[in-house]
Design a protein around this ligand. Structure first.
Ligand code: BGC
Length: 705
């Protein structure tokens, strides 16, 4: 993947002449090749894992740009020797409620991308988590557009600070994977603008990504990739995007002329028939050469940005691990704790669940990261000198070694993208009881993965499997009967059902997909070295059928019709917490929920508004006995409206008794609502209710302005 200095010098020389004058000298074929990816770079046969690159045109001084997948790290190939850090997934990072943490991860990914010769990271995923069953749920941040937009912007700022391009993807409404190439999203303009486009808008305005990826799906009857209204009028015209738009990896043939005219500048991964279609289209007048010239200018401008980076040394995987570790700690969400946590470190632990020995560090598919060995939970206990039940450990380690060898033998292709997960192991009641007899407490880790191209299922995925339920039930019964406690670690790619079993254990810690140092992070959190400060950026419903639009999603096997050929987003703007707040339906864990080992008090809240912005400030004091951080959200609602998150931040580490004043600036534009009748944004009328606190169903302070 590394480029020669000569190529870069040639580029700098040619680009000094200006993109426009380079294009003027290009032949029609060169121009067509410039905007179509270099398909020979696809894997196999190369073994570096990159999914694509742009076409090198040495005669024009245009180098080939290397594009690599993310978000959780640079995706390399298992077949190569190199390894990249697996950072926590997007859904994990969003739970940090800290743009600083996400910016740091973006910068660390950028450092590694630089070392691997990558120019643009195809990251972050920024679609809205509309439904818990979305196959790519872990590649997206949140059900809320402000969290999505701000986290996406922070990640891209981090990447681009290292000279690596970001790619906000998949623009737009790619919130389901079933039939993703053809599915038509039927959605009202208000929901499109306020929910599904808003995150991209914030990201484009605040971080200026070098690229945006247009999604496979259709919206309101036409492929997104062919909609000039979305890709040019809104993205460039309204938001001022000045980078390049690339198509997602063309799993379906579209209309090349319409895609180019709509505003796609780069056709990925690229095929000869696209080059031919462009050449013949220009010749027969169905493609305006000016559209092609503009796309070439944007690719050249992208190459110019990419050329402006420092040469890198090899990847610093120790630095990567430290960033991944910190992000995993910041993002863990404590869901239940009846006093069990933090653990004192005394006594012996029984570690149950395959995931205690084989952590799911990252998700599968394009988001899979081939990383150095993952820190396992059992090993992290050992590193801390915490005694664990060796008999149980031995059993699981043998199972993991055997099952892994079996899978590697039989599922070579899938293993390449991180599949499948080893199934949970059924234990006899007798075995669990003997552990409860000799050990002092239990930890059960339950895990999930998911992947692109297919959506999650209800059975054995959203709902726990029978084996998992039996394990949970038996361990809780046996340990509780002896006055001993049980903690559950959720190591999940997406939301799972919790309502039916959450009262069984004494504590539940959700670490999502925590990246390669997840095991060590779990141990630091359980033993109180780190106080959990994550908050949910998605809602955990009591049951799948409480989800807004639950029936308008492919939750069963489908091959045509509703939810396959088309999906109606009839819930409109009532996505996630907006639905639970407006309907009064109680979730299992609300958006913004998360416990701590300490407590916080809020005081001195102020709201000031001017024509340009609203400024909210509040003082947060640690009123408990342990040091900790507090995540804070600012929600704004019209007098009769639902609170909507407009800003959020996290305090630094506050010692007991100490305080920090957080200040939030909300641009006036972010308070507007979309008027469908007039097709424009307009100011809210009347006084505004301002709610302060991470969880809008339990605000700490309410003000009216
Ligand atoms: C995915 C993209 C990814 C691309 C390249 C596509 O199928 O949707 O997210 O960047 O492949 O791997």
């Amino acid at each position: 993947m590394r480029k020669t200095v000569a190529t870069l010098l040639l580029l700098v020389f040619c680009l000094a002449a200006g993109a426009q004058s380079v294009v003027e000298k290009m032949s029609l074929e060169e121009k067509a090749r410039c905007v179509v990816g270099f398909k020979r770079a696809l894997w196999p046969p190369t073994n570096n894992g990159i999914p694509g690159r742009t076409t090198p045109l040495p005669a024009c001084g245009i180098p080939s740009l290397v594009l690599a997948d993310g978000t959780a790290g640079v995706r390399l190939s298992r077949r190569g020797q190199e390894r990249a850090t697996a950072f926590p997934a997007d859904i994990t990072l969003a739970s940090s409620w800290s743009t600083e943490v996400v910016r740091e991860v973006g910068a660390a990914v950028g450092d590694e991308a630089l070392a691997f010769g990558v120019d643009v990271m195809l990251a972050p995923g920024m679609n809205i988590i509309r439904n818990p069953l979305c196959g790519r749920i872990f590649e997206y941040f949140s059900e809320d557009p402000v969290i999505t937009g701000k986290m996406g912007a922070a990640y891209i700022e981090g990447l681009q600070s290292r000279g690596i391009g970001g790619c906000a993807k998949h623009f737009t409404c790619n919130s389901q994977e079933t039939n993703r190439g053809h599915n038509d999203v039927r959605i009202a303009e208000k929901a499109l603008r306020e929910i599904y486009l808003r995150g991209f808008e914030i990201c484009v305005r605040e971080a200026k990504p070098w690229t945006v990826m247009s999604s496979y799906n259709s919206v309101n009857g036409a492929p997104v990739q062919e909609q000039r209204h979305l890709l040019t009028d809104i993205l460039r015209g309204e938001w001022g995007f000045d980078g390049a738009v690339m198509t997602d990896w063309s799993i379906v043939p579209h209309n090349t002329a319409a895609q180019l005219h709509a505003g796609n500048d780069l056709f990925m991964p690229g095929a000869d028939h696209q080059v031919e279609a462009i050449i013949s289209g220009v010749k027969d007048g169905t493609i305006a050469e000016s559209d092609l010239d503009l796309a070439c200018e944007r690719i050249i401008a992208l190459a110019e940005k990419c050329a402006d980076k420092k040469p890198a040394a090899g990847p610093d995987l120790e630095a990567g691990r430290a960033v991944a570790h910190n992000a995993a700690c910041e993002s863990a969400v404590l869901l239940e704790n009846n006093g069990m946590l933090p653990l004192s470190g005394g006594g012996r632990a029984a570690l149950f669940g395959v995931r205690s020995y084989d952590l799911v560090a990252r998700g599968a598919g394009a988001g899979f990261v081939v990383c150095p060995p993952v820190t396992q939970i059992y090993a992290a206990f050992r590193d801390k000198g915490i005694p664990t039940d060796e008999e149980i450990e031995d059993l699981y380690l043998k199972y993991v070694a055997f099952a892994e060898a079996d899978i590697r033998l039989n599922e070579k292709i899938k293993v390449h993208i991180g599949l499948p997960l080893l199934p949970e192991l059924a234990l006899s009641k007798k075995l669990v009881e003997s552990a409860a007899e000799r050990d002092d407490y239990a930890v059960i880790t339950l895990g999930r993965t998911s992947q692109e191209g297919t959506d999650r299922k209800l059975k054995d995925d959203y709902y726990l499997s029978d084996t998992e339920k039996a394990l949970l039930g038996d361990v809780c019964e046996a340990f509780h009967a002896r006055g001993k406690k049980v903690a559950v670690i959720l190591n999940i790619a997406g939301i799972v059902e919790t309502e039916s079993w959450k009262s069984l254990p004494d504590a539940i810690l959700n670490v999502w997909l925590p990246g390669q140092d997840g095991g060590a992070a779990v141990a630091d959190l359980l033993f109180g070295k780190v106080n959990p400060s994550g908050r949910l950026a998605v809602t955990f419903p009591k049951d799948y059928f409480n989800v807004p639009g639950a029936e308008d999603f492919p939750y069963g096997d489908l091959s045509e019709g509703r939810n396959y050929d088309y999906t109606c987003y009839d819930e409109g703007c009532n996505v996630g917490y907006r639905h639970y707040l407006s309907s009064g339906v109680q979730p299992s864990y609300p958006f913004g929920y998360g416990l701590s080992y300490t407590e916080f008090k809020y005081s001195g809240a102020k709201v000031r508004t001017s024509s340009k912005k609203t400024v909210v400030s509040v003082t947060v004091t640690n009123s408990g006995a342990a040091a900790g951080k507090e995540a804070v959200g600012v929600y704004v609602a019209s007098p009769d409206g639902i609170p909507e998150l407009k800003a959020f931040a996290k305090t630094g580490l506050l010692a007991p008794g100490s305080s920090e004043t957080l200040t939030f600036e909300i641009p006036a534009d972010y308070l507007k609502t979309f008027n469908e009748g007039k097709n424009c944004w307009e100011k809210r009328r009347g006084r505004l209710n301002v709610l302060i606190g991470a969880d809008p169903s339990d605000p700490k302070i309410k003000l009216t302005k």
